[in-house]
Design a protein around this ligand. Structure first.
Ligand code: ARG
Length: 285
């Protein structure tokens, strides 16, 4: 006797749709590692500025090739970390919250980015509390996830909730290697995320488990190559090509992972997402 099963083949791989984005980026022409404000930065190690620029140009070309619009801000001499545009501000529904940096070495980046927005007619809310822009504020479909512990002040989370009029979920980072939220967590689509649990306090791990039971969890190796510092347009996910486990998981869930090599910027503790500030206008009605 042969047994046949009529159960349909399960296809769990959803179809993903990309939404065109607008990004702000800053060419790393003054990039260098000449101070240390995170454990990745070792000023005595040489950095190759030319290679940093080539790697960054590949990233901007990938975005453009995917149909995204990229604006550029003029890099300021003496601000070697200005390439990390994600830290420059937070923009949601056309509203801009300025950045206010923790360390004096980066303090002048806040006004430089705020001016870029003002010159284009955006109103900028001058932040009262320390916050490092989208480094610690990640926007999902239903809330803003907000990092604290190393850079952004907890009080800034309340300021952001008031200013944007959106729920803000605070998350506490505990591992100095993952000092910004965007080094430990990435938003893939609406309410889908991937993250590295060990970067968070036990309470925050619990919150993440409850809010995102289906999240992709990163391994130590994924996190160490900055695989979570990823940029997603809802379908394509640009991330460090060495993050092989994350890449497999993304494929399995219907995303199209695109590996990038930003080895020079990694020497400063940054990768794809750090270089990219999303410009979120008011949704068209
Ligand atoms: N060297 C920079 C710093 O320590 C890197 C910033 C990376 N940016 C980010 N969004 N994680 O501030």
């Amino acid at each position: 006797m042969t047994l046949t099963t009529s159960a349909p083949v399960r296809t769990t791989r959803p179809v993903r749709t990309a939404r065109p984005r607008r990004y702000l980026m800053c060419p790393p022409v003054h990039f260098d590692v000449c101070y240390s404000i995170n454990p990745w930065m070792e000023p005595e190690k040489p950095t190759d500025g030319g290679l940093a620029l080539v790697q960054w140009e590949r990233l901007i070309n990938l975005f453009r090739g995917l149909g995204h619009q990229v604006e550029q801000i003029q890099p300021v001499p003496g601000l070697p970390d200005m390439v990390f545009a994600a830290n420059g501000a937070t923009m949601v529904d056309g509203k801009v919250l300025s950045a206010r940096f923790r360390y004096p070495q980066r303090a002048d980046e806040g006004p430089a980015y705020a001016d870029w927005f003002r010159q284009r007619g955006y109103q900028v809310h001058e932040a009262e509390h320390i916050n490092e822009g989208e480094g610690d504020y990640l926007v999902t479909g239903s809330r803003i996830l907000a990092g604290t512990g190393f850079r952004t002040d907890r009080l800034s989370h309340e300021e952001a909730a008031r200013f944007f009029g959106l729920p803000v979920q605070s998350l506490t980072l505990v591992d100095p290697r993952y000092y910004h939220l965007d080094t430990a967590l990435a938003v893939l689509d609406h309410d889908e995320i991937m993250y590295y649990p060990q970067a968070f306090s036990p309470d925050s791990q619990q919150v993440l488990r409850e809010l995102y039971p289906d999240a992709i969890l990163a391994t130590d190796a994924d996190a160490e190559v900055f695989g979570l510092n990823a940029v997603s347009d809802g379908r394509h996910v640009l991330l460090a090509s060495q993050a092989t486990h994350l890449i497999e998981e993304l494929w399995a869930r219907g995303f199209v992972p695109i590996g990038v090599d930003l080895s020079e910027l990694l020497k400063s503790g940054g990768s794809a997402k750090c270089c990219t500030l999303e410009l979120r206008e008011l949704p068209a009605r």
